[in-house]
Design a binder for this molecule. Structure first.
Ligand code: G
Ligand code: G
Ligand code: MN
Ligand code: NA
Length: 253
């Protein structure tokens, strides 16, 4: 298709950009990590959201070269920030299902870490419940990634098939409370209950829990009162280009 051709061209022309959104320690108000989020800087259409091209990239398989570019760019950026003297942060990268099932994923991650010189503890891979088509296979992949030393988080928790089996069997370092629950947690008793329960369960399971989509002071206070000590959202910063992210670090620290 046309979009497919354009995506290939975009990769060749270097039209993809990574934007960065900070993850904060909600108790200390300090930046503890960052999530890399892709955008397409189109010469005529401007900035295109991943929602408009990741699904096609997944269907066509172009997500593999694009995903590799994302991983390399994010690792290199994180290494560059460390070398510039900023406090070390964990860089989170979103994986697609196609990538998780790609034969050489483990080798690719190891190679990119080696090429960029980033220590594995500063890379976190975000996966979602919807990727668990073959649970046992994914579990093996996740275990191998953990052996390399990277962190694994469960993104969009509560929106997929949400089997608690995953939480029991998978060595997740953290889980992210989806923004659809955070959005109304100060007004809707059901959302409040779900958010509180996810936080309590994560603590009991000894998994880090991070709330996403925090947009208001009220949501922040609710999360703090319920002992969620990590979060991200527009209240702190929307995803921004690297230069702007650096300014955010300086403001927050
Ligand atoms: O940043 P934004 O809200 O526009 O992202 C929209 C969706 O695109 C989210 O589900 C996010 O996880 C996904 N996304 C953003 N960047 C990447 C990426 O580099 N790889 C993959 N696979 N998904 C991404
Ligand atoms: O699927 P994933 O959780 O990776 O997607 C994260 C998406 O959430 C990104 O597209 C990012 O731009 C978006 N996002 C980040 N913070 C907020 C927020 O506070 N509110 C809303 N509505 N979206 C957010
Ligand atoms: Mn994510
Ligand atoms: Na999410």
């Amino acid at each position: 298709s046309n979009l497919e051709k354009n995506l290939k061209k975009a990769l060749k022309l270097g039209e993809f950009r990574l934007f960065y959104q900070p993850k904060l320690d909600l108790t200390l108000g300090k930046i503890i990590g960052v999530e890399a989020l892709i955008r397409w800087q189109h010469e005529e259409k401007g900035l295109i959201s991943p929602l408009d091209f990741i699904p096609i990239a997944e269907k066509t398989g172009l997500i593999l070269p694009i995903g590799e570019w994302v991983l390399r760019t994010a690792c290199k950026q994180n290494k560059d920030w460390q070398e510039a003297g900023f406090p070390p942060m964990v860089m989170a990268v979103n994986l697609s299902a196609r990538q998780l099932y790609q034969a050489n994923l483990i080798e690719m991650v190891a190679r990119i870490l080696k090429e960029t010189g980033l220590s594995p503890q500063y890379l976190e891979l975000e996966i979602t419940e919807s990727m668990m088509m073959e649970v046992e296979y994914v579990l093996e992949i996740v275990k191998k990634l953990k052996q390399i030393g990277v962190q694994i988080s469960l993104d969009d928790f509560g929106t997929g098939y949400s089997s608690l089996y995953y939480l029991k069997e998978f060595p997740f370092d953290s889980m992210k409370i989806d923004k659809c629950f955070v959005r109304n947690c100060t007004e809707d008793i059901k959302d409040a209950t779900i958010v509180k329960t996810i936080i309590a369960m994560a603590h009991e399971l000894d998994i880090d829990v991070i709330a996403e989509g925090i947009e208001s002071k009220g949501q922040l206070i609710f999360l703090q009162q319920n002992l969620c000590n990590k979060g991200q959202g527009y209240l702190f910063s929307k995803p921004v280009p690297s230069e702007e992210f650096i300014r955010t670090i300086n403001e927050v620290e």
